[in-house]
Design a protein around this ligand. Sequence first.
Ligand SMILES: NC(=O)CC[C@H](N)C(=O)O
Length: 348
Amino acid sequence: MKGFIKLNDSTIFEGEIISKKDFGQGEVVFNTSMTGYEESITDPSYAGEILVMTYPLIGNYGVNLEHLQSKRPTIKGLIVKDYCQFPSHHTSQYSLLDYLDQYDVPVLNKVDTRALTKKLRTEGSMYGVIATQDYSLEVSTSTENLLDCVSTKEIYRIQGNGPKIALIDLGVKKNIVNQLKSKGYDLYVFPYNSTKSDVDKIQPDLVLFSNGPGDPKMAKEAILLAKGFIGEKPLFGICLGHQIISLALGFNTVKMKFGHRGTNHPVKNLLNNKCYITSQNHGYMVEKESVKNKDLIITYINLNDHSIEGIMHKKYPIFTVQFHPESGPGVHDTTFIFKKIKDSIYGN
Ligand SMILES: NC(=O)CC[C@H](N)C(=O)O
């Protein structure tokens, strides 16, 4: 069936809707990974977003449930150039389309994704609507409470013999939990709106703020929670968690022109001059000009645009990364960060 994506400046890109669902709206973002669509479509950080894959052939290796980063797809729609109808991989359990159809996610195929991506790169991120027929549709730019959609409703524990971590679930990816589990941490996973007294009950050795969707400034409860623990407990944050801790420390965050979404983003550790290739998925960043506190150090920068990719406190055991050390999808260069958490607990 003929369909299209209409952007909020009224530009239309035509395509074919191949899914059961023929309507979806959200912020239109592009990901430049050549593989990893299973992880990306289920990464809760993409909640509220329509995902454009720049790699032209998508669906080739089907879907294996083990690769998924959460219980269901979190995207509002998928846009591809050439959907592969006949996936071939020995571990594939579903075709990508069958999997997305189970959850009513619209898929728009045969789109000139290169032209669409060039548009978003030059003019900046936009909202869009995937639809059929009615070209006069209004493009909505409103957002829902994304954290409420992706965070756990109840506290739960994944027992381990190591230090006790309070993991604030802002839409945590499965690979982060798996990495922490594999290092033996005793994990208590908390809802996004937990209070300091909720978390204090377990007497954690460290409080970890996870990745997650949307504008970090909307995560008011989590910012307050992070503020409460500054100087009291070691803190660590990944992606949205990095932004939240940064806001709690008095930095500002701003929306990027089109964000970083892909698996080959080079970052440099300014403390030892080492470079790493990292997996990334974010549309906001910590504003460089806002870093004025002398007790804070920028630890990592992105080598493509020199934006901040990590910070550290000089006096307190607080450190954060904007990139995704757990990968899923992507490179494993920075998984050492999960061991560094232990060092920060023990003051090394
Ligand atoms: N992966 C994430 O945690 C994303 C953080 C935030 N939602 C952003 O887009 O910048």
